[in-house]
Ligand binder design. Structure first.
Ligand code: ATP
Length: 312
């Protein structure tokens, strides 16, 4: 298909004429519909800008990707996966929303939710570590969002505090779906198959699971492993596996060699211990994690009221 057509597809509007017939008009949002204010950050092949829609005054984070650079660095696949994942996930608590995409001669534009409170990583760094209550607040949201991602047939594969953004109400917005994997559907039942096979290395050393290092296996348990690492990091201030270089970090991961600091709350220690186990099949599922004692005061069904409650 024509890539320009595809990139403009979301902006097609059907208009009714006075004689009852309809016509389709493509309203092309372009960069001139936005007032670009300042740079929010830079990725390896993108720049994220704070911009306001000049018609509505609404702020957005606009990710600008340099076409030539993406093609040269062979990142086209990742850009498409990111766009497709965000389109599948749609507008949902816990996930950064992609409003529009458009392009011009040089760049691709992703118009995203503006997460004004930055990355969870910066919050952890600012305070050194987070207390039990704050850790629970973010963990509940992560679990809820991760369940939705998995139920949508997507494995994130690069969950880490840098990819967890915080909006103006301190609610999480998971981002960076460029290395996500889509699960296949069982043709007879329509259910997603988590066969644990993916055969490609992606992710970040500190949050990568042993099964990915050993036999390149990827499934839902990989994201659960990363969740365990993130919970540990919120309390300890640093990830469980971290060495002076990636190779040494991988050694620690494969041996599941990490240590709790004195004062690490025993209830969270128990949760992390259950999650950080080498065999993916031995790791708890999200359903099982929700039943852990740490979450005994959480009413998971009424997610709008109890999980997404006022930030501590
Ligand atoms: P890389 O592409 O190398 O993995 P990255 O994921 O950090 O890097 P981007 O996703 O382009 O790259 O993000 C660049 C910076 O912009 C990050 O520091 C991030 O915190 C910030 N940023 C990204 N998206 C948003 C958003 N929706 N709201 C606010 N800030 C954002």
């Amino acid at each position: 298909s024509n890539p320009s057509e595809e990139w403009a597809a979301k902006l097609k509007v059907v208009e009714k004429n006075s004689d009852g017939t309809t016509q389709t008009r493509i309203i092309r949002r372009t960069s001139s519909d936005f007032k670009f204010e300042r740079e929010l950050g830079e990725g390896s092949y993108s720049t994220v800008m704070l911009a306001h829609d000049i018609h509505t005054e609404k702020p957005y984070a606009v990710k600008v990707l340099d076409k030539r650079h993406i093609v040269k660095e062979k990142k086209v696949k990742y850009v498409n996966i990111e766009k497709e994942s965000l389109n599948i996930l749609g507008r949902r608590n816990g996930i950064v929303h992609l409003f529009f995409t458009f392009q011009d001669e040089y760049s691709l534009y992703f118009v995203l939710d503006y997460a004004s409170n930055g990355e969870l990583l910066s919050l952890i760094k600012k305070y050194g570590s987070l207390n039990e209550e704050v850790t629970k607040y973010y963990t509940c949201q992560l679990i809820d969002a991760l369940k939705y991602i998995h139920d949508s047939g997507i494995i994130h594969r690069d969950l880490k505090p840098e990819n967890i953004l915080l909006d103006q109400d301190w609610k999480i917005q998971i981002t960076d779906f460029g290395t996500a994997k889509f699960l296949d559907k069982d043709p007879s039942t329509g259910a997603f198959i988590d066969d644990g096979r993916a055969k490609s290395f992606v992710g970040t050393a500190e949050y990568v699971s042993p099964e990915l290092l050993n036999d390149k296996a990827v499934g839902k348990p990989c994201d659960i492993w990363a969740l365990g690492c993130i919970i540990f990091q919120m309390i300890a201030g640093k990830p469980p596996f971290k060495a002076t270089n990636d190779y040494l970090t991988f050694q620690q991961v494969m041996k599941v060699k990490y240590a709790f600091s004195a004062g690490f709350p025993s209830i969270i220690r128990d949760l992390v211990k259950r999650i950080l186990v080498p065999i993916p099949g031995d790791r708890p599922t999200i359903k099982e994690i929700k039943k852990h004692l740490f979450f005994q005061d959480i009413n998971w069904k009424a997610s709008e009221t109890s999980i997404w409650y006022t930030p501590p």
